[in-house]
Design a protein around this ligand. Structure first.
Ligand SMILES: NC(=O)c1ccc[n+]([C@@H]2O[C@H](COP(=O)([O-])OP(=O)(O)OC[C@H]3O[C@@H](n4cnc5c(N)ncnc54)[C@H](O)[C@@H]3O)[C@@H](O)[C@H]2O)c1
Length: 317
């Protein structure tokens, strides 16, 4: 299938991390279909928990697939969580395509365990790949855009960051303390980046995707794909939103969190203050807090927390 010669991302250059498989692969193909030149990054380890030897094959195969369709793509096979290798991903985009316009942070691993059983290594490795991985590429991309803006006398440049959070953060996930924390951290990084880079013409948004990939094959094993048509859990349902957020049309969308899967996009509202209490003295006493907070929480259903379990019920209408 040949790519269209004029798409909304024509002339733009993109990096997609973890693009050798799953969601990242679908997103890289979509960005290329819309006209972007793409750096396909993937470290290529065989285990979804980040185990096994790194392999160049997944990134190279997706880059070749894009080129076979008439697009522009190069592979980068480094570890996104290594600061210097992450610098290399952004440098490759600049060397090959002259500049960077779009950064899609997607690479991730899973090492699930209840908090009481989780090892230090399980915690560190998931935080490292997701949260530090997102920071690393964001840092080098942001420095690139700031430098270009300065060189242009303070003019705005074009920049788009799409980060990957998860419903595990929104809804809470008892068996994934490391993953839920990393994904919450990514939302914090996204809003911080959105505020810091708006003046340079750069937006940063985060998605909570849902898709059948090697990461979730056991979770979704019970949901059989239909015999015909697109699987409602196909990664191809997530990719169009990533392509849209990367495009000029999405210039006004910044610092947002969107849930996306199966032909549906839901915009998550920012947290709101539900109740407020003021001390009658200079500051609160224990008894005063008890008198205010105990009645407030008395009628709360047990298990209701800051987590928004209702997002798990979202589906296409
Ligand atoms: N699949 C879902 O339903 C779902 C839900 C919420 C969030 N996510 C997130 O979406 C992203 C993609 O997940 P997926 O489901 O496609 O999983 P996947 O395992 O199919 O793909 C992840 C890719 O990231 C690569 N990767 C891992 N560590 C890397 C590193 N250090 N550097 C570079 N590449 C690395 C892997 O090799 C793999 O190809 C992840 O951030 C994941 O947490 C997925």
């Amino acid at each position: 299938m040949a790519l269209p010669s004029e798409g909304p991302l024509q002339g733009l250059s993109a990096v997609v991390t973890g693009a050798g498989r799953g969601l990242g692969r679908a997103e890289a193909l979509e960005l290329a279909r819309l006209g972007a030149a793409v750096v396909v990054n993937d470290y290529g380890q065989p285990g979804r928990d980040g185990s096994g030897a790194a392999s160049a094959a997944p990134a190279e195969e997706v880059a070749a697939e894009i080129r076979a369709r008439g697009g522009r793509a190069v592979a980068h096979t480094g570890d996104v969580a290594d600061f210097q290798q992450a610098r290399g991903i952004l440098q490759l985009a600049i060397e090959e395509f002259g500049k960077l316009d779009i950064l899609v942070n997607n690479a991730g691993i899973l090492r699930d365990r209840m908090v009481f059983s989780m090892t230090e290594d399980e915690w560190d490795s998931v935080i490292r790949v997701h949260l530090k991985g997102h920071f690393n590429t964001t840092h080098f991309a942001a420095a690139h855009w700031r430098e270009r803006s300065k060189a242009a006398g303070g003019e705005k440049v074009y920049g788009r960051i799409v980060n990957t959070s998860s419903e595990a953060f929104l809804a809470g996930s008892a068996g994934q303390p490391n993953y839920a924390a990393a994904k919450g951290g990514i939302v914090g990084l996204t809003t911080s980046t959105a505020l810091a880079l708006a003046k340079y013409g750069v937006t940063a948004n985060a998605i909570c995707p849902r898709a059948r990939t090697r990461m979730t094959e056991d979770v979704f094993a019970g949901f059989r794909p239909p015999d015909e048509g697109l699987d409602p859990l196909a990664p191809e349902h997530v990719a169009p939103l990533v392509g849209y957020l990367a495009a000029p049309a999405a210039a006004r969308i910044n610092g947002q969190l969107l849930v996306v899967h199966g032909g549906m996009v839901a915009i998550v509202e920012r947290p709101r203050v539900r109740a407020r209490f003021d001390s009658k003295q200079e500051t609160f006493t224990h008894d005063e807090l008890d008198a205010l907070l105990t009645p407030h929480y008395a009628d709360r259903p047990p298990g209701e927390t800051f987590a928004a379990a209702e997002v798990l019920g979202l589906k296409r209408g």
